[in-house]
Design a protein around this ligand. Structure first.
Ligand code: PLP
Length: 294
């Protein structure tokens, strides 16, 4: 998935009360080197990011993504991103996308070591074809993440509610899932509750009731999960947050991994044991998630 488009942003120039930020953007060759070797995002993963789905040039859920970028920046003691500046950068990137599905990434890094300012940039690239996974689903294995459910309160410096660039652990979990013959993983807390996947939120269905792990349990609050909950509420369905024991996952009536670009992937098996797939609702969810959402 080659980057097609890249825009460097000057986050410092955004401080004034202006409304047009075009002169704070520099379009760069997406295939050419653009970052300093001293960049702390590449050396330490010291920064925050967002991945936004784009469908037919419409960037989905821009404001929730910008709000989460600001939340992540706050948790990491990074300067608050100027929402209007980033919104304009997203509009420029979306206009460069073609028909079909793309992904826009926002990156705000600590910057160059000992340097005066953060580094910020936006990229756009065609998305992978997730149609097969939306239709055929994913087999997951459960993996111990090694922390209790109350870790976010007891150790906020682990930054578990922030979308930081430090995804090495998440990628290692995916490789372990593949080694075990599965497609994806679901993290469990040490004290036995389900959390999230390495790059997605988890939603379970028990009868007419939908349940997702509460975001205060050291997980990322997913924009797609929030959007799905709006969809379910509009249909009069009960959609709640809770503490979900690991033993509930294999007995769910249906379960999904949801995220901004892959959208809703039904879970077909947990640790080798098949679980039911709600094909009708999965199709409706993906139709909704592919429709323009603000
Ligand atoms: N949880 C983690 C750890 C993630 O990395 C992601 C997305 O990348 C999500 C949940 C889902 O978030 P969203 O729906 O905003 O893409």
């Amino acid at each position: 998935m080659a980057q097609r488009f890249a825009l460097m942003i000057d986050p410092v120039a955004a401080d004034s009360g202006r409304t047009d930020f075009a002169d704070t953007f520099t379009a760069v060759d997406a295939a050419a080197p653009a970052l300093s070797v001293g960049e702390l995002s590449t050396q330490r993963g010291d920064g925050v990011f967002e991945s936004i789905g784009v469908v037919d040039r419409h960037a989905q859920e821009v404001v929730p993504h910008l709000e989460r970028l600001a939340h992540s920046a706050r948790l990491c003691d990074l300067p608050t991103p100027n929402q209007a500046q980033w919104h304009q950068a997203i509009d420029v990137a979306a206009a460069d996308c073609g028909d079909g599905e793309y992904v826009i990434k926002l990156i705000l890094s600590r910057g160059v070591e000992h340097g005066p300012t953060p580094t910020a940039w936006v990229t756009a690239a065609p998305a992978a074809d997730f149609t097969p996974v939306r239709e055929n689903g994913v087999r997951v294995v459960t993996l111990d993440r090694g922390y209790d459910l109350d870790v976010a309160q007891n150790a906020p410096w682990l930054l578990l509610g922030a979308k930081t660039l430090s995804y090495a652990v998440n990628m290692a979990a995916l490789r372990e899932a593949h080694r075990r013959g599965a497609d994806d993983a679901v993290f469990l807390s040490r004290d036995g509750f389900v959390l999230e996947a390495p790059t997605a939120s988890l939603i379970l269905r028990f009868g007419e009731r939908f349940l997702t792990p509460a975001p205060n349990g050291g997980i990322l609050h997913g924009t797609t999960q929030l959007s799905v909950y709006e969809f379910l509420a509009a249909r009069g369905l009960t959609a709640e947050y809770g503490r979900i024991p690991a033993s509930d996952l294999p007995i769910a009536d249906a379960a999904w991994l949801v995220s901004s670009v892959r959208l809703a992937a039904p879970i077909t098996a947990v640790d080798g044991a098949e679980i039911p797939v709600d094909r009708t609702l999965t199709r409706e969810l993906n139709q909704y998630l592919l429709s323009p959402r603000d």
